[in-house]
Design a protein around this ligand. Structure first.
Ligand SMILES: NC(=O)C1=CN([C@@H]2O[C@H](COP(=O)(O)OP(=O)(O)OC[C@H]3O[C@@H](n4cnc5c(N)ncnc54)[C@H](O)[C@@H]3O)[C@@H](O)[C@H]2O)C=CC1
Ligand SMILES: O=C(O)C(=O)Cc1ccc(O)cc1
Length: 363
């Protein structure tokens, strides 16, 4: 049996565990510092076995995945370096930054043990094992950052195992990773949080802000609901890159201030044209870092029986609904049902099916 130990069975660790569990020849052990979490992992069927003992989880493992917040990785690597790990063991992490962990990985100087940094570029604003899903990484990029001295055989072993995630494995240099991910993921999280907090302050004097912010504003700021501890650690860890990016951001907003002060309509239109041209050529179908919302809406005037009917019809066609919610439900107005799916494919299938059964979807 190949033993996989997962430290931190939350959104990412739990999703990896679900990708590996039940596959022939693999056994998955989860580790948590808390007894109550250990019981929960087993009860939810996410792992084959769980323990609060780091030694028990690590010592005869073939693969060790560190899936804890970025600020904890150094401590975990330090502790692992005190144990006698199995010869041939591969230790990897899933942290959202890669430069600092690469240097900590060098602490694992045991013969036959290899550290390879990793980052599955998929996730979401929810956290904890409750949000874990075996579909999370499907069609997403999974970055590995082996250094030039890492034996190719070990990189191949990890790549082979990660095939169970159905992600697309890519190799990126750790420095380049942190710069790009800083720009396309960390900076947008900061901007979303700042924007939501700005509007929240407006809302204190006029609650109509939050009423009208339903829908579009809520959707474009989804990532502001991400886990505070996970994101505290990411931003602190990548702070030098983020400080530079925020200076560039200040220049972008200053340029807009000037365009408005000078009532430069052509300049504003040009900014939209340039942004649109770049954005329109971004790849659409592959899952990016910040995941898309695969959602549609259906009017349900007579909703009590119809919700069950729609769920059953989609289920019969094996279309996986990830969430379903009535967002208007008063006697005097028609109900609107919001349906969320995990993939574009499920959404496309659902839209076709809904049309066939007389409930055309809108977006
Ligand atoms: N959330 C996301 O979408 C993504 C997160 N990541 C990375 O994955 C790692 C784990 O993140 P998630 O699974 O989202 O978080 P999570 O909060 O769902 O899971 C974190 C796990 O670490 C454990 N843990 C151990 N020590 C902890 C401590 N001192 N404080 C808090 N939790 C502790 C928790 O019990 C939990 O099992 C992080 O390094 C993050 O940067 C990578 C890709 C996507
Ligand atoms: O909520 C989202 O869509 C994300 O941005 C998910 C995410 C969070 C952290 C990562 O390192 C990678 C992906």
């Amino acid at each position: 049996m190949t033993k996989i130990a997962i430290f931190g069975v939350g959104l990412i660790g739990g999703s990896l565990a679900l990708c590996f569990k039940g596959k022939p020849g693999l056994t998955v052990v989860g580790h948590s510092v808390r007894e109550s979490s250990v019981a929960k992992y087993v009860a939810r069927g996410v792992v084959d076995h769980a323990t609060t003992s780091m030694r028990e989880a690590a010592e005869d493992a073939d693969f060790i995945f560190l899936c804890v917040p970025v600020g904890m990785l150094e401590g975990y690597l330090n502790e692992l370096s005190q144990f006698k790990l199995k010869k041939g063991c591969i230790v990897t992490d899933v942290g959202s930054t890669k430069v600092s962990v690469a240097s900590c990985g060098r602490m694992l100087q045991q013969e036959g043990v290899t550290f390879i940094g990793g980052h599955p570029m998929a996730g979401g604003e929810r956290s904890g094992v409750e949000a874990a899903s075996s579909y999370l990484f499907e069609n997403a990029y999974y970055v590995l950052t082996p250094d030039p001295s890492t034996p190719q055989r070990e990189v191949d072993k990890l790549t082979q195992l990660l095939k169970h995630t159905n992600a697309h494995i890519v190799h990126v240099n750790a420095e380049q990773h942190d710069e790009i991910v800083g720009a396309i993921s960390h900076l947008p999280h900061i901007i979303a949080v700042a924007l939501v907090n700005q509007i929240s302050r407006c809302n204190e004097s006029d609650p109509l802000y939050s009423v009208l912010a339903a829908g579009g504003f809520r959707d474009i700021t989804r990532i502001a609901s991400s886990d505070p501890i996970v994101w505290r650690d990411i931003l602190i860890n990548n702070r030098s890159i983020l400080l530079k990016l925020l200076q560039d951001w200040n220049e972008e907003t200053s340029a807009f201030i000037r365009l408005l002060e000078e009532e430069d309509g052509d300049g504003i239109a040009r900014a939209f044209q340039e942004a649109g041209a770049f954005r329109n050529q971004l790849p659409e179908r592959r899952k990016g870092m910040i995941h898309s919302l695969y959602e549609c809406y259906v009017d349900v005037p007579d909703h009590p029986g119809i919700i069950g009917k729609i769920a059953t019809e989609l289920g019969n066609d094996r279309i996986n609904l990830s969430n379903m919610q009535i967002i208007e439900s008063r006697a005097d107005i028609p109900g609107v049902l919001r349906m969320s799916f995990r993939t574009q494919e499920d959404l496309d299938l659902a839209v076709t099916k809904l049309g066939q059964i007389g409930y055309p979807a809108h977006f």
